[in-house]
Design a protein around this ligand. Sequence first.
Ligand SMILES: Nc1ncnc2c1ncn2[C@@H]1O[C@H](COP(=O)(O)OP(=O)(O)OP(=O)(O)O)[C@@H](O)[C@H]1O
Ligand SMILES: [Mg+2]
Length: 364
Amino acid sequence: MAKVALKNLTKRFGNVIAVNNLSLGVEDKEFLVLLGPSGCGKTTTLRCIAGLDIPDEGEIYIGDKLVNDLAPKDRNIAMVFQSYALYPHMTVFDNIAFPLKMRKLPNDEIEKRVKRVAELLRIPHVLNRKPGQLSGGERQRVALGRAIVRNPDVFLMDEPLSNLDAKLRIYMRAELKRLQKELGVTTVYVTHDQVEAMTMADKIAIMNQGVLQQVGTAFEVFNNPSNLFVAGFIGSPPMNFINCILKEEDGSYYLDAGAFALSIPISLGKIINEESSSSEVILGVRPEDIIIEEKPAAKNSIRAEVYVTEPMGSEIVIDLKVDGEIIKVKTLKELKLNIGDKVWMRFDENKMHVFDRKTEKTIV
Ligand SMILES: Nc1ncnc2c1ncn2[C@@H]1O[C@H](COP(=O)(O)OP(=O)(O)OP(=O)(O)O)[C@@H](O)[C@H]1O
Ligand SMILES: [Mg+2]
């Protein structure tokens, strides 16, 4: 059993608060991804769990044990970094065997374990080579091998795939996920790549400026983002945001964006009215939840001009211009559109998000 729990963790560097009052639980055998933009405190959080950084405040538990005062080597964790930090003069075998030799395991036991790990990672044929004679993906797997060879309670991985080319990264993503499930080792994995996070994680923890924003499955953070930051960070292209004023007229509600106004159901208008700190809100619509049409629908169609089209193979992203603002639309349909064409667009009413402009919290 090795769950990991962080309680009110804070870490400062001078007057930078790298991690700000972070509380987070990772279940036994779970694959948790820490996701956020550069500088949001991911590596610092990982280093605190590993014992490489000492938190200013808060508690770190591995299993049920408080580990704040344990040295890194006594925490039974294995860490994989972005730079694999292999020993260049040692063979792959010796690189993987290194942590076991440090622990003075008998030679036959070391041999057995290294071979097993090499099989698992599908690199038994490179055991006699030096790291310089390996491809990026093989080197990556050697670094993983060195981490898993000693049955740690927890894996800590800091952007381990970021040095690989796109194709290899996608391959290793799946391999790593399968391996983690096979080994059943609790894992905290750091990335700033939302696609990597979505595809690999059991649970994603999204951070911004040292503060935890939301924890949830890929489905949850995508469909029910808790605030404007998460909504804008998850999804590609990102969610469109439109500043609006909630207006009421004769019992009907509208979201007035200046260039257009959308009539919304009374029930929705009432919720926004009650929960928003003012009438100033932000409407959020994902590119995939916008419909492009040649003719206006009965209501809420918006006139727009094609600014540019971005074909991506299976889908196409169309940038539409409405009153000087660009709105991105993603569609699977083959639309023959040219720059300057006039079209109508409509937001899927059931997929609209509304945020409080002041607090940036999700209203619906
Ligand atoms: N040793 C240090 N001394 C001073 N400031 C630091 C130190 N380490 C990190 N910081 C600062 O703490 C904040 C968080 O850094 P951290 O490395 O945890 O970010 P990150 O989320 O891992 O970013 P990236 O995605 O770029 O790796 C940043 O503002 C960074 O400049
Ligand atoms: Mg980092």
